[in-house]
Design a protein around this ligand. Structure first.
Ligand SMILES: [Zn+2]
Length: 676
């Protein structure tokens, strides 16, 4: 009997660890900002689609993109609460919080009616024990990543968003502002209590300017870009690369981040150096990763490859993020990866299609248009490189990041993994309009080849048609783009085969609205459109979750949230505005400390008056204690103590227990471990 008891006790104590090995769960959500269908098609074409003999059905070397290989696909709407045409703030917030009724423009994950923070899927995951990460090519404080881990009434308040990322409590958040001379008594950055946001385990992207003080940003040496050995990195002119700061409170947030356990890197070399020190990151310690590789957005991929090689690719950031996150929690992780600058190229690459004499031209796809530096971080554009080729590299960088996720998902030891890839909105109404003509590719305006010739047979002779439009009919085989694949930093990238090669033209097709994004060079900048966007999904649990995007017709953009929530098994306290008769309003059950010895504090959040019971079950499924008989509770957070005794007053054995809250048909629970 005693041996059996000891064995049972050992089993119970071992249970949490062995359970987690089998049930590790990971969600990677990819968002291509502004990523419509055309840039994706163009990128695949640049990799060889459509060349003679290269056929999807039977060509083994046909280059499919990683996003092409996600097995489940759907279309999703993008409109916000009050606009057909959305912005990244509501566009991403709706994925983050699943708010029925959507989010108003410019809000970052706030309820549009009450202005209260809406807990995000990332925050709920973190509170449930998952590690969490944000990776992007934009400033890390930009609207899309911010929607998952910040709450603020205007997306442009990026100094505050940065501070929210690094704070696990209201106290920590306010301490950041109290640390500097720029403290603002208006406190329009205050989060209502209790703080909803959580501390992020991995933050990688651009945007150092919102972490570094405006005056003397390198006061602590954090603005100097350094390699893995701490040596300063120099640019093409031999000058040290230094990041700039613009925090108006003059706080060095990076120094505070280091105090809070963050390992800070600011170069590609230092980021990849993390792979040699992964054992520094564990569930037990406080180590987290902050990588900021540019003052504002990371450079466009095309320019990164030529001019700024000390910045990392998105796929490299994703790779390192996955490696760190999978070590930070035995439970799994939630990671958002944004290809954030596809949208910027679409904003900047504007114009329209014209007809000159005997040919169509696209005035948009010339290098001068990309000279618009609204989104450029003040850098020069590459001479002779057209907007389309910028776009193809930007999409490919995003796609390689998806490839990293797929590789992880297909690793049998990964645990259960769900991958979703979508966009917050389309931008520019982009379309693939054809090919640059070989002879006119560098001209002012671009001769466009559209569809291949259809010979006509007259009197036994084939003759090309039509006569009056030059479609390149005299060049058989001239209907395919001429790209070569070159290797750069371990990946293949398409480069034009020569300065006059036939290249794909992807250009703005509609919505010629001047919206303040520029237009100073005689063109009309593109803007967001209300087009539906694509969502792809895959998982390694027989499609049980990924398949939920299919079989339903068109998806609403509130529909992705519950799939991620159910996969992770988390509840959020403030979203899911179901019709009242369906709402239970039952939030998560939390328990502290866990494991516990003599006393456990159980908290339960509810958001409307309802009848709730709270009970404790043992590992055999037997109810041992009624903590709260079924009773009407008021909205708010209720704390109920458990003294570790059963209903007879006897102290229960060490082991695993389940605290279960019930309201109507909804049940939420929390595993707890008692150690006597
Ligand atoms: Zn945009």
């Amino acid at each position: 009997m005693r041996r059996t008891l000891q064995w049972a006790l050992m089993l119970l104590l071992c249970l949490p660890a062995s359970l987690t090995a089998q049930t590790r769960k990971h969600v990677i959500l990819y968002i291509g900002d502004g990523h419509g269908i055309a840039p994706r098609t163009a990128t695949r074409m640049a990799l060889g689609q459509g060349r003679p003999g290269s056929r999807f059905s039977d060509e083994p070397n046909f280059h499919l993109l990683a996003q092409d290989r996600l097995r489940y696909n759907a279309m999703v709407t993008t409109h916000s609460l009050n606009s057909w045409i959305t912005d990244s703030a509501p566009g991403a917030s709706v994925y983050a919080v699943g708010k029925r009724g959507k989010i108003d423009n410019e809000f970052i994950s706030l309820d549009p009616e009450t202005f209260e923070p809406l807990e995000t899927i990332l925050e709920a995951a973190k509170k449930a024990g998952y590690a969490v990460g944000l990776v992007t090519t934009t400033r890390v404080t930009h609207a899309t990543p911010a929607a998952f881990a910040a709450h603020i009434w205007n997306r442009d308040l990026e100094d505050y968003i940065a501070a929210q990322y690094l704070s696990s409590s209201q106290e920590e958040y306010e301490a950041i502002f109290n640390a500097g001379p720029g403290y603002d008594p208006a406190r329009d950055w205050v989060l209502p209590e209790p703080k909803v946001g959580v501390e992020i385990d991995v933050i990688l992207g651009g945007g150092a300017r919102h972490f570094l003080p405006r005056n003397n940003p390198d006061v602590n040496g954090n603005a100097t870009v350094r390699d893995r050995n701490g040596q300063p990195i120099t640019d093409g002119n031999g000058q040290p690369v230094v990041l700039s700061g613009r925090r108006s409170d003059n706080v060095d947030l990076i120094e505070i981040a280091k105090d809070r356990g963050y390992v800070y890197v600011n170069s590609r070399d230092a980021l990849l150096g993390i792979l040699d020190r992964l054992d520094e990151f564990s569930p037990e310690n406080d180590a987290k990763l902050l990588g900021l590789f540019s003052s504002s957005h990371r450079s466009y991929e095309a320019e990164r490859q030529q001019l700024y090689p000390w910045e990392p690719a998105l796929w490299e950031m994703t790779m390192v993020a996955i490696e760190v996150l999978k070590r930070k929690s035995d439970k799994g992780f939630f990671l958002v990866v944004e290809g954030g600058r596809i949208d910027h190229l679409e904003h900047a690459n504007a114009g329209g299609i014209g007809y000159e004499g005997d040919r169509y031209t696209v005035v948009a796809d010339v290098e001068a248009i990309i000279a618009d530096d609204v989104y450029g971080g003040g850098t020069d554009r590459l001479a002779g490189v057209y907007g389309s080729d910028y776009m193809i590299k930007e999409v490919l960088d995003f796609d390689y990041a998806i490839e990293e996720g797929l590789n992880f998902m297909n690793d049998a030891t990964a645990g259960q993994t769900l991958i979703l890839s979508t966009s917050d909105h389309e931008c520019g109404g982009f379309t693939v309009v054809g090919l640059h003509d070989a002879e006119d590719a560098q001209g002012n305006g671009t001769l466009i080849r559209t569809y291949a010739r259809q010979p006509e047979k007259t009197d036994g002779q084939f003759t090309p048609v039509p006569e009056n439009i030059d479609r390149g009919d005299d060049e058989i085989g001239g209907w395919f783009p001429e790209y070569e694949l070159v290797e750069f930093q371990g990946k293949l990238w398409p480069e034009p085969a020569g300065p006059n090669a036939r290249r794909i033209v992807i250009a703005y097709g509609s919505n010629p609205l001047v919206n303040g994004n520029g237009g100073t060079i005689g063109t009309t900048p593109g803007n967001h459109t209300p087009q539906d966007v694509w969502v792809g999904a895959d998982d390694n649990v027989d499609g049980a979750f990924a398949s939920r995007i299919t079989g339903r017709g068109l998806l609403d953009n509130t529909d992705l949230f519950p799939i991620m929530r159910d996969f992770l098994g988390v509840t959020t306290t403030s979203n899911e505005r179901l019709p009242d008769e369906k709402r239970s309003g039952l939030g998560a059950v939390e328990a502290y400390p866990n494991p516990f010895g003599e006393k456990l504090a159980v908290t339960l959040a509810i958001d409307r008056p309802q009848t709730v019971s709270l009970e404790v079950y043992n590992a055999l499924g037997q109810r041992v204690r009624v903590l709260q008989p079924s009773a009407q509770l008021t909205p708010g957070t209720h704390t109920i103590a458990w003294d570790g005794r059963d209903d007879t007053g006897a102290s229960v054995a060490s082991g695993l227990y389940l605290v279960v809250a019930r309201s109507g048909e909804q049940v939420v629970s929390r595993q707890v471990v008692r150690i006597r």
